[in-house]
Design a protein around this ligand. Structure first.
Ligand code: GLV
Ligand code: MN
Ligand code: MN
Ligand code: MN
Length: 401
């Protein structure tokens, strides 16, 4: 099952994955998901926000899930999309493990009283439309649907157009109380993305506050050979100052700040850029430290821009406050695993977004490289299997009562 996904969207030179929401490789992953559901006789649901759910409803046979508030479902899953040049595990590990855990439970003759759903959330990385966890945000009511419809990708296509092309009604997106009402809790298994986990499987305690900002530097395009230094309005210079300032601000505030994406227009070797757009990712242990970091980066950018007569604008694209996972659920999950290590994370997840609406928990599988969002991201097979066992134990426990 895992092997079938490995070639999809993989760059043969770098080994990195390019699976952006509703592009051909991600559609191939979605087809794989539908096929895995079908092969197991699970009922496939497409929600109105571009998310997919495969339902196992043992006590009723198959068919459409029904609303039953007494027996609300246990939802698990993750995402199939990737960052540009991402690793194989971020997202797909949670989905493959969920199918494998359901297989294990079936083999062992488990008879869960609650439906178990396996979700593939759309655009978790925000690599195409800029807002991370877009599918779960829409489901949970954490983004204005009108704003979501107008988000554009790098080619200027709106989210609404892309949804329409995928057969979804863009006017129907938004909070889905009916679906949320069928779900009792969400448990996401994910590869750990730093160096924090020394054992095969851990449980998440919290997600640090994090967000994305866009800085626009507007100067004047001109000739690289004929324009005197004094006549230039070169946006690259304050942009470079801003990148250095981000590092300094992060050090001062005990946060992390990253400029990993930049668009230079027009992008000619022999042309002074007319504009530079740069994206800042900032995260830290507390809201005020993150906010201070961003404010300092903005001030430094404006200061660096002034002598070059470059205009600067700073806009927030998304922000997620600290997420403390539901304590009772976390304890129950750790208990079902016989006491696994509990650790915070600096990475964002659909579980974080959904935690505003549902009790949510996360399992992490050890990552020996400590690298993620890059091809070197890794998890040993034995640890992945331990993750499947752990997820099966948790689902079995949660779906019983
Ligand atoms: C998503 O994985 C993020 O943390 O940016
Ligand atoms: Mn990721
Ligand atoms: Mn992920
Ligand atoms: Mn993520």
């Amino acid at each position: 099952m895992w092997r079938a996904l490995l070639p999809v969207g993989r760059d043969a030179d770098t080994g990195g994955y390019h699976r952006f929401a509703w592009t051909p490789p991600e559609l191939e992953c979605r087809a794989w998901f539908a096929d895995e559901a079908r092969r197991r006789g699970l009922a496939l649901e497409h929600d109105r926000n571009g998310n997919m759910i495969a339902w196992w409803r043992p006590e009723e046979g198959e068919g459409e899930p029904r609303v039953d508030r007494g027996h609300r479902a246990v939802l698990t899953g993750s995402h199939l999309d990737s960052v540009p040049g991402g690793g194989a595990f971020d997202g797909p590990l949670g989905i493959v493990s969920a199918f494998a855990a359901v297989d294990l439970l079936r083999e062992r003759g488990a008879t869960p009283r609650r439906p178990i759903g396996i979700a593939a959330f759309a655009e978790e990385e925000g690599a195409r439309f800029g807002v991370a966890c877009l599918g779960s945000r829409l489901l949970a009511g954490a983004i204005d649907p009108a704003r979501a419809r107008g988000l554009t990708d790098g080619d200027g296509r709106t989210f609404a157009e892309v949804l329409h092309g995928a057969g979804l009604d863009p006017d129907a997106i938004g909070p889905d109380e009916e679906l949320l009402g069928r779900v009792g809790c969400y448990v996401e298994l994910h590869v750990e993305q730093g160096r924090a986990l020394r054992e095969p499987v851990g449980v998440a305690s919290s997600i640090v506050p994090h967000g994305r900002w866009r800085l626009e530097f507007a100067g004047e395009g001109n000739h690289a050979g004929t324009t005197a230094l004094a006549d230039r309005r070169d946006p690259m210079i304050p942009f470079a100052g801003m990148v250095l300032a981000a590092r300094d601000a992060a050090e001062r505030n005990g946060t992390v700040a990253t400029v990993g994406k930049v668009r230079v227009v027009p992008g000619g070797v022999n042309a002074i850029a007319s504009s530079v757009t740069a994206w800042l990712d900032a995260r830290g242990p507390a809201d005020d430290a993150v906010r201070r970091t961003v404010a300092e980066v903005g001030a430094a950018a404006r200061e660096a821009a002034r002598p070059h007569r470059v205009a600067v604008e700073l806009a927030e694209e998304s922000y997620t406050e600290i997420v403390d996972f539901n304590l009772a659920l976390r304890d129950r999950v750790a208990g079902a695993l016989g006491g696994a290590p509990v650790l915070p994370t600096g990475a964002g997840h659909d579980a974080g977004v959904l935690s505003a609406r549902l009790p949510t928990a996360m399992l992490f599988v050890r990552n020996p490289t400590g690298v993620s969002h890059a091809p070197a991201e890794h998890a040993e097979t034995a640890d992945c299997l331990a993750g499947v066992e752990a997820l099966a134990a948790v689902l079995d426990d949660l779906a019983r009562g």
